[in-house]
Design a binder for this molecule. Structure first.
Ligand SMILES: *Cc1c(COP(=O)(O)O)cnc(C)c1O
Length: 386
């Protein structure tokens, strides 16, 4: 079966008692034992819970892994993964990284003696230079958020494998519909399912998918021991969202491609960062390892004074921090999502005061372009340009 069919059918053939097409929400934390020494497979909901299990099996299948783990948020998923590491361990991490992941590593994991070095993970020589005998893993975000840099997953994963390191990929932006890192050699995939997988700006969730028996058992132990698991209601909401992932991703991609082309030609815009554009420096790697493009991109304005009026004048597009939902959202990374990254590093990666990030929704593309057009025109007028 193709991925579209797997997605549409999540949970729908798994409820044997009533035949319910939509898998039920099992709102129970305790499960009765048939008799001493026997279990239905469910004992206590932190360890395993029926609605969550259906979601976890679907996640593992979609990402071509062996086991899936649903967490209460993307950050909870990352924290659970980081619990694989011990004092003295070192990680190599994509430089242009989700701000919350950077904060978790620098403000929390560092206190437990786990250190991280940040680098353009597409630069294998630079990665090699950062390698230390205590390096345990490479954590890749591709595309990065917000600058949409691409890492060649296969290349890095094969280098990591040769060194005995784990390859962890944050696949939030592309989802398994467009990219499956485990098929390219990764060991662990992590998602903020709050974004495209949920897709409706209404559920906070994280997913982990692991490859291999030993790693899957280790992750199951950590998932249960730490306990940052997803509840049955949110597991159900996430599955409901995932059923339409294929349709949504195609529309997100279509809209984002049209709008990035429009903005690239606009007189107020200096540069658009979107891997679907042929001039993007990693366009070829993106095409090699992914079957499509995400619905989010960033663009740099020619003048920082445009930012405030644009955010005030957009009407259909909401000025809000998130991405991946059906509704279009625009955010200002330097003061919002990436505020926890020191200014010096932000400058180095290009998250400056002229950069806006646009999570393109599934509205009609003409309406979105119309909204941008009027907001950009109003901004230009306010600062005294025509
Ligand atoms: C949002 C996000 C996270 C964190 O996920 P939450 O669900 O907000 O906890 C991690 N990685 C990426 C790439 C994200 O966009």
């Amino acid at each position: 079966m193709k991925i579209e069919s797997h997605l549409a059918q999540i949970g729908s053939i798994k409820e044997p008692v009533t035949g319910a097409v939509s898998f039920p929400i099992y709102q129970s934390t305790a499960f009765r034992h048939p008799q001493l020494g026997q279990s239905t497979g469910f004992d206590y909901a932190r360890t395993k819970s029926p609605t969550r299990s259906v979601l976890e099996e679907a996640a593992a299948k979609l990402e071509s892994g062996d086991a899936g783990f649903a967490c209460s948020s993307g950050m909870a998923a990352l924290q659970t993964i980081f619990a694989l590491f011990s004092q003295g361990d070192h990680l190599i991490v994509s430089l242009d990284l989700y701000g919350g992941t950077y904060r978790l590593l620098e403000r929390i994991m560092s206190r437990f003696g786990v250190t991280a070095s940040y680098v353009d993970t597409n630069d294998l020589d630079a990665i090699n230079e950062l390698w230390q005998p205590n390096t345990k893993a490479v954590l890749i975000e591709t595309p990065t958020n917000p600058l949409m840099m691409i890492t060649d997953i296969e290349r890095v994963a094969s280098w990591a494998k040769a060194k005995g390191l784990l390859t962890i990929v944050d696949n939030t932006l592309l989802t398994p519909f467009f990219q499956r890192p485990i098929e390219l050699g990764a060991d662990i995939v992590i998602h903020s399912a709050t974004k495209y997988l949920g897709g409706h700006n209404d559920v906070l969730a994280g997913l982990i998918v692991t490859k291999g028996k030993e790693l899957s058992e280790q992750m199951a132990f950590l998932h249960n021991s730490i306990g940052a698991v997803l509840g049955p209601q949110d597991s159900w909401l996430l599955m409901r969202g995932m059923k339409t992932l294929a349709l949504r991703m195609e529309r997100h991609q279509y809209n984002a491609t049209k709008i990035s082309e429009y903005l690239q030609g606009h007189s107020a815009v200096e540069e658009v960062y979107y891997p679907a554009l042929p001039h993007h420096p990693n366009h070829d790697i993106q095409n090699k390892q992914s079957s499509g493009n995400t619905g989010i991109f960033s663009f740099r304005l020619k003048d920082a004074r445009y930012v405030e009026p644009i955010l005030r004048h957009v009407k259909l597009i909401a000025f809000a921090e998130s991405l991946g939902g059906v509704e279009s959202l625009m955010t200002y990374p330097a003061v919002q999502t990436h505020a926890d990254i020191p200014e010096e590093i932000r400058r180095q990666i290009g998250v400056d005061d002229r950069l806006l990030r646009f999570s393109v929704g599934i509205e009609h593309v003409d309406d979105l372009i119309g909204d941008l057009e009027q907001a950009l025109a109003a901004a230009k007028q306010e600062i005294g340009e025509e």
